[in-house]
Each structure stands twice: as structure tokens, then as C-alpha cells.
Design a protein around this ligand. Structure first.
Ligand SMILES: Nc1nc2c(ncn2[C@@H]2O[C@H](COP(=O)(O)OP(=O)(O)OP(=O)(O)O)[C@@H](O)[C@H]2O)c(=O)[nH]1
Ligand SMILES: [Mg+2]
Length: 267
């Protein structure tokens, strides 16, 4: 079984992407199973087939245990971990379907040995081949000091999740660069020298040159992070991302034909 785990910061566009994916899969006649693992998701842009809120919700935990929203979220995912067979069972009942998992945005859940990490490992152990799609808002590309934190958190997720990962800059349709550095530049991030120059030009950051250099050094030493632009309403952009995900999780090996042609020719 194959699937995609949609992760990224709150508001990055995870649920919108999942909804866009269900539309395209319907066109492609590819059977799918949507899973919402965000216990705080009460208004959904797609109907989830499996929903963590059937098990537990953030509001319920906040009321019952007097926890704040972040603590309650952690508690919910811990509860999911303790009931991981519930999730596994629901997936195994739908063996022929492609799995789309919509995740919560809080980064701390993805840390190594963290609550969500354990749930994912359990699915992988049962033979479910997942690729993570990490979304970051392309809005941050217009500010190098914000973009560096996006690059670092993306790298941290790649290292801790220990699974195939595609990184996308979401809402690319809203991005308007200043002409010097466009989305293309941020898509080929390995050129960290340019990023370092940009950081050193940010007012207030020029005095941290050594720190900027070290941070950029970490990114270039790992040489893992790069991004693809993503606009959910743009079929070409969605086709490219789907193809990358299908290749990363191995689904492409079990499929025939070029899905780009199929998606672009669909009315
Ligand atoms: N223009 C544009 N807007 C988008 C795109 N993707 C998402 N959005 C908007 O971004 C906002 C947040 O999207 P969501 O899908 O709710 O983001 P999320 O990551 O699921 O958010 P949380 O569940 O709160 O973590 C919504 O207003 C979406 O309409 C896109 O490709 N283009
Ligand atoms: Mg969401």
C-alpha cells in the first residue's frame, strides 16, 4: 500500500492540498482513502474517510484535563499512538486505496521518537509505503531571515522523519518576488552562498555574519533541502508534485503511463 503524509506548519495549506488531491484522484479514477490526523480540524475542505476526531478531540481534552491547546494536541496524538491498531485496521480494510494523511502543523510532534513519529513508524512496519510532503508557505521566500528558518525546519523534519520527503513551497500562485530572487532561485536552494549574501544584507543581521555562515553551512553540509513550487489550483503544478510523490513512495513502479498527460488532458 502507498500513500502521502502531508506535513508542514499551521496554515501552510495541508488540508487544501489534500482536498485538491482528492479532486485529481477522482479524475484519474485512482481509489483513495483520506485520513485526518489533526484532532483540532473541525471544518474540513474534504470529507475524511477516517478521522482522529472519532477517537478524541482537542476541545474534549482541554475541557476534561484542563490542558492548553498544544498540550491537548500532544495528548490526542499520544492517545492515537496508544490506539494505533485502530488506525491500522481502518487502513488495512482499504488495501487497494492510495492513502492521503492530513497531519497537524505543530513541529514538536514530528521530533524523533515523538508521538506522530511513532504512529508513522507503526504504519511503515505494517508495509504501508509513505512519502512525506512537507509544505512551507512561499510567502516566507520574500524575506531571507524567515526563509532560513523554513529551510532549517524543513531539514530538521527530513532528518527526524527518516522517510522519503518532497518539499514544496505552497501558495506559489500568490508569490510575487522582487525581481532579483524569484521562486526558481528558492527552488534550487543548494546555492547557499547567495542565501548567505541575502541574510547578511538584512538590516540587523549583518552583525551576525559568523552565525549566518554557520547556519548556511549546516544546510549545505547536509545538502538535502530543495523545494518545488506548489499551487493547488494549477494542474501542472499538482501533476508534478504527484509524480514526485509517486516516485518517492514507490507507487510509480506499480503504475503504468504518465499521469501528467492524464491530468493535463482532463477537462
Ligand atoms: N492562493 C492559494 N491559497 C492557498 C493554497 N493552499 C492553501 N491556501 C489557503 O491557505 C489557507 C490555509 O490553508 P489550510 O489548507 O487550511 O492550511 P493547513 O496547513 O491545513 O492549516 P492547519 O490545519 O491550521 O495547520 C486557506 O485559506 C487556503 O485557502 C494555494 O495553493 N493557493
Ligand atoms: Mg488543516
Amino acid at each position: 500500500m502507498h500513500g502521502v503524509l502531508v506535513i508542514g506548519a499551521p496554515g501552510a495549506g495541508k488540508s487544501t492540498f489534500c482536498a485538491g488531491l482528492t479532486d485529481i484522484f477522482t479524475q484519474l479514477k485512482r481509489p483513495y482513502l483520506t485520513i485526518n490526523l489533526d484532532p483540532a480540524n473541525d471544518t474540513m475542505s474534504y470529507p475524511p474517510d477516517v478521522n482522529i476526531t472519532e477517537l478524541i478531540t482537542v476541545t474534549e481534552v482541554m475541557d476534561r484535563l484542563g490542558l492548553g491547546p498544544n498540550g491537548a494536541l500532544k495528548y490526542c496524538i499520544e492517545t492515537l499512538g496508544n490506539n494505533s491498531n485502530w488506525l491500522l485496521q481502518k487502513i488495512l480494510e482499504n488495501r487497494k486505496k492510495y492513502i492521503i494523511i492530513d497531519c497537524p502543523g505543530q513541529l514538536e510532534l514530528y521530533k524523533s521518537e515523538g508521538e506522530l513519529w511513532k504512529v508513522i513508524r507503526n504504519l511503515e512496519k505494517s508495509g504501508i509505503r509513505l512519502c512525506a510532503l512537507h509544505l512551507a508557505d512561499s510567502l516566507y521566500c520574500s524575506d531571507p531571515s524567515k526563509f532560513i528558518s523554513v529551510a532549517l525546519s524543513t531539514l530538521a523534519t527530513m532528518i527526524t522523519m527518516e522517510m522519503p520527503q518532497v518539499n514544496a513551497l505552497s501558495k506559489a500562485d500568490l508569490f510575487s518576488g522582487d525581481g532579483t530572487y524569484d521562486l526558481e532561485y528558492f527552488s534550487c536552494l543548494p546555492d547557499v552562498h547567495k542565501l548567505l549574501d541575502l541574510l547578511n544584507e538584512v538590516p540587523g543581521l549583518e552583525k551576525y555574519r559568523k552565525l549566518n555562515e554557520s547556519i548556511c553551512g549546516v544546510i549545505s553540509d547536509f545538502d538535502l533541502v530543495s523545494f518545488v513550487p506548489l499551487a493547488v489550483e494549477n494542474k501542472e503544478s499538482m501533476a508534478k508534485i504527484i509524480r514526485m510523490i509517486d516516485t518517492a513512495n514507490g507507487f510509480a513502479m506499480s503504475e503504468q503511463g504518465d499521469i501528467r498527460e492524464l491530468i493535463l488532458n482532463e477537462k
